[in-house]
Design a protein around this ligand. Structure first.
Ligand code: ZN
Length: 363
């Protein structure tokens, strides 16, 4: 095997221009590592937050390791956590996978298998696990290291580019819609930030669950796209425009049963105002950060549940791959780009509002 590979690295926090394509050594495989030849890596908005310095710390799991005493993200770093590929080499302690297996990876690895969360099917909260593309090098490269605890075999019928969406993109929304939002047949579901990778797949999954779906879009062009995905109603509104009265109008004044919020602080009050009695809000994303002032009495009077929905676990990724294999849902991909275009992709995600689905890098 060649000892060097192409990778997109950052050497400092900054704008899209800090993403540099370089030849770097192929990572050495430790006893618990699996070396993956990457077929595809989706670009998550979180990658932008790491690159621009909004996220500066390593995750708690990585910091808790005795050999790692530095809390700050270290450079150079290869971003990217939505990875699928083919196993190129396996560590001496790995069992259950072999060279040549087609696999998709969760964004986290290093799950201990022994803590309260690992034992109760919530391994994404394992305090020993860490983020690929944040704590260790990720998927904007030809190869990266992953862990056996984080992999699912990809069914033969599923393209590896599509499989790269199975965890962080589709799996995240399976958790939000099925588990956290607990969407029931015939309920109404509101999805904010609906045209990105999470929202677009959220519409598909909410329809698959038998819901009436209202999506929020920032332009007419996107509205057509969201209708084509199955949204029953689309409200076109600017980021800070209060669209809640339109949601109430579309639901005969009652409001929605489930709010899937991918935008966060800048529209949280509108989500609250759009909810029906006994509604559930699943908080999935936060684009800008910041705080919100609202009356907690609204939660009391509407008997709401406001719930955090986090990264996917292995079951969510497995379910996503199953849905892709059966063509119950179709991957929604904006564009497929070479590694050298990573910087252009970040710039577009930051400055343009015309993205429809996921942007995927293919080495
Ligand atoms: Zn654990």
């Amino acid at each position: 095997m060649n000892e060097k590979m192409l990778a997109v690295q950052i050497n400092s926090f900054g704008g899209p221009e800090v993403l540099k394509i370089e030849y770097i050594p192929i990572p050495k495989v430790g006893p618990k590592d699996i070396l993956l030849k990457i077929s595809a890596c989706g670009i998550d908005r979180k990658d932008l937050l790491i690159r621009n310095g909004t996220i500066r710390k390593k995750s708690a799991g990585y910091r808790s390791s005795a050999s790692q005493i530095r809390n700050e993200i270290e450079f150079p770093l290869v971003l990217g956590a939505e990875i699928a590929g083919v196993i190129a080499e396996i560590g001496s302690e790995i069992s259950g996978f072999k060279v040549g297996d087609r696999v998709a990876s969760l964004p986290r690895r290093g799950h201990c298998g022994q803590c309260l969360y690992c034992h109760t099917g919530r391994s994404e909260s394992c305090t020993k696990s860490w983020f690929i593309g944040q704590d260790s090098n990720g998927g904007y490269a030809e190869y990266t290291l992953v862990g056996a605890d984080s992999l699912c075999l990809v069914p033969e019928k599923v393209d590896l580019i599509h499989a790269s969406l199975s965890a962080a993109c589709i799996g995240t929304m399976i958790r939000a819609i099925r588990d956290v939002g607990a969407v029931q047949i015939g309920e109404s579901v509101l999805i904010t930030g609906a045209s990105g990778g999470l929202g677009a797949h959220g519409i598909a999954l909410a329809k698959l669950s038998g819901a009436f779906v209202i999506a929020i879009a920032s332009s007419e062009l996107k509205a057509d796209f969201l209708r084509s995905l199955g949204a029953d109603e689309v409200i076109v509104a600017n980021r800070r425009e209060d669209w809640s009265s339109k949601v109430l109008h579309l639901t005969n004044g009652r409001g929605v049963d489930v709010g899937i919020d991918i935008v966060g602080a800048s529209n949280f009050k509108f989500v609250l105002k759009s909810m029906a009695l006994y509604g559930r809000i699943a908080c999935v994303g936060e684009i800008e950060g910041g705080s919100v002032d609202f009356m907690p009495a609204i939660i009391l009077l509407k008997r709401l549940k406001v719930l955090g929905s986090y990264a996917p676990g292995i079951e969510h990724m497995s379910k996503a791959l199953d849905l892709l294999e059966k063509k119950n849902i179709h991957p929604i991909i904006d564009s497929i780009l070479e590694l050298s275009k990573a910087s252009d992709a970040h710039l577009r995600m930051e400055t343009k509002s015309d993205i429809k689905g996921r942007i995927v890098l293919c080495p």
